[in-house]
Design a protein around this ligand. Sequence first.
Ligand code: SAM
Length: 291
Amino acid sequence: MTKDIATPSRTKEILSKYGFSFKKSLGQNFLIDTNILHNIVDFAELSEQSCAIEIGPGIGALTEQLAKRAKKVVAFEIDQRLLPILEDTLSPYPNVKVIHQDVLKADVSQVIKDEFGENQDIMVVANLPYYVTTPILMKLLEEGLPLRGIVVMLQKEVADRMAAGPNTKDYGSLSIAVQYYTEAKTVMTVPKTVFVPQPNVDSAVIRLTRRSQPPVQVEDEDFFFEVVRSSFAQRRKTILNNLSNNLSKKLPKEQILLALEEADVAPERRGESLSIQEFGKLSEALYRASQ
Ligand code: SAM
């Protein structure tokens, strides 16, 4: 029987057969530990009826494990040099489709319709290219795709920021952006030694479970996120100062004070102390004041 792709010896064999050289600029750090891969796939809780979307299959280490558990796997790979390799390594798995495309430019919603159809159980599972972790995840969340959730490997530092709660150093506008759409939990930290080549940073696996509804109902989502970003613009400043300096719809300080009062937020507090619900109330009060 052929060994799994992710075993160190098989990976080495595949890389040398094709004379593959890693491109750092594409975040190419391949996993060579089948236990870690099994854990990642377990966290995704796939059934035989599930569909999986992978971003960056590399030489197919994770793709293979997904193909064994899911009904169908669609993988987006930007690096043309990997296509013939994937065709070879994934030939035993007819339920895999590799799409040669930058996922940031892909119409993922259309791909879901074409490849999976309606009303499917769909998970994104990936070992992400670290140079574009945040844009990829925000694209997947903001496009309102019909996903059950996302389980991905990423830089530990970014996972910590995504899953952080109020009054911690990691809490910021990224935490709120991610938690507006999902429940976020870091489920595993991962040593550098399970990759070739080894990355410079520590890694973690995060699980994002899509919420059926955002935790706050807001009139204008763009304005809500602008209020959040403005509140964190300079972390040492009070929320009053940050909002007065950074909101693009300029509001006089008195109106901001009134909105803070209406939302029950003391003006001398810092952005990092506000819960997502408090940001919701504040954004609504500011929105009304700005109309
Ligand atoms: N899944 C493989 C594994 O775990 O061993 C490889 C993961 S590696 C961290 C990231 C992969 O993403 C690479 O194969 C890289 O070529 C690919 N990639 C980088 N940028 C991409 C993009 N914008 N769209 C699609 N794939 C991308």
